[in-house]
Design a protein around this ligand. Structure first.
Ligand code: TYC
Length: 106
């Protein structure tokens, strides 16, 4: 039996070029980079405020960045990743910390 939903789905797909039918958007990791000056507590606040991490998770990521030089805050489509980086950079600048935030394609 072919449902109306299936017919609609197949009908829509038939109108699209082969490639755009099922391809997910490219995803980008947003990373924090370590430096010698930004306070640990400030980095934890950034991870909570902009990446929605709970305090314990935020602390784990901050310590990973501190020890290993960089760490992943989240994975997003390009525009959202760019917005996060902009927001973090503006917030760090406002408090005069050199905290750096970058993206990498997944
Ligand atoms: N290394 C910093 C310190 O010792 C802490 C820090 C962690 C800074 C993560 C930046 O992305 C960072 N105060």
């Amino acid at each position: 039996m072919v449902t109306r939903k299936q017919t609609e789905r197949d009908g829509d797909a038939a109108l699209l070029p082969d490639k755009s039918r099922v391809k997910p958007p490219p995803m980008f990791k947003v990373l924090l980079l370590n430096d010698d000056f930004t306070p640990m507590d400030f980095v934890i606040v950034v991870l909570e405020k902009f990446f929605g991490l709970a305090r314990e998770q935020a602390t784990t990521v901050m310590l990973k960045v501190h020890r290993e030089g960089k760490g992943v805050c989240g994975v997003y489509p390009r525009d959202l990743a760019a917005t996060k980086i902009e927001q973090v950079s503006e917030f760090a600048r406002r408090y005069q910390h050199p905290l750096a935030c970058v993206m990498e394609e997944n």
